[in-house]
Design a protein around this ligand. Structure first.
Ligand code: NAP
Length: 179
């Protein structure tokens, strides 16, 4: 089991632009069934971890209902959050506290850390983030929310092109003394 941060980014490392828009991303060509595509990635995951802002963005895009049937763990300070559809579990605080339950809910499959970048940072800083898979769109944004705003070390394990995107996957390099 791995925790995999699978996301898209601009060339300059932002997952969302300064206007909180994904127009720069969703207008591009990508083949979901080709290597690094969503249809290839999706069967490898058994649970989703997501920040409240990303979850709210998906709900807006999907007409108010959470589209994933996988166990979904949403981090929010709104402990009264109600989400229509799916199997959404509301949690908050230290990501480490929830890790055993998240992993168990994924069964033998990986955990998809959907984002955003600050939640990915919390996982990386807690040494719970195992892999990063990024599809880079052919544009720069100049500002926005960064893909992974922390210091960390990674080994490149795969790379390729899918449509307009340069795609890569990295495995974490843990320092001595880490588990
Ligand atoms: N490029 C891509 O592939 C991609 C994909 C999906 C989304 N996005 C974009 O990314 C943006 C969201 O990124 P983001 O980094 O701003 O937000 P985010 O990580 O999705 O959500 C941040 C929110 O999550 C909650 N949160 C995070 N850690 C928490 C913790 N430990 N305990 C309790 N609550 C916690 C807080 O919500 P509360 O305010 O509720 O407390 C916080 O304001 C969206 O605009 C979306 O459009 C990009």
């Amino acid at each position: 089991m791995s925790v995999v941060y699978y996301t898209a980014s601009s060339l300059d490392g932002f997952v969302v632009d300064g206007d909180d828009s994904l127009g720069w991303l969703l207008s591009r060509d990508i083949d979901g069934a080709a290597p690094f595509g969503y249809d290839v990635f999706r069967p490898t995951v058994g649970a989703v971890v997501v920040g409240a802002t990303t979850l709210r963005w998906v709900l807006r895009e999907e007409g108010g209902s959470w589209p994933f049937t996988l166990p979904t763990w949403v981090f929010t300070h709104d402990d009264g959050m109600q989400v229509e559809g799916g199997d959404v579990r509301v949690v908050s605080g230290d990501v480490t506290q929830h890790h055993a339950a998240v992993v168990e809910s994924a069964g033998d499959l990986d955990v998809w850390l959907m984002g955003g970048g600050d939640l990915a940072r919390q996982y990386a800083d807690a040494r719970l983030l195992d892999e990063v898979a990024v599809q880079y769109a052919p544009c720069t944004l100049g500002s926005g929310a960064p893909v992974l705003p922390t210091r960390s070390e990674w080994e490149l394990v795969d790379h390729g092109r899918n449509g307009d995107f340069l795609c890569a996957r990295w495995r974490v390099v843990r320092g001595s003394g880490d588990s």
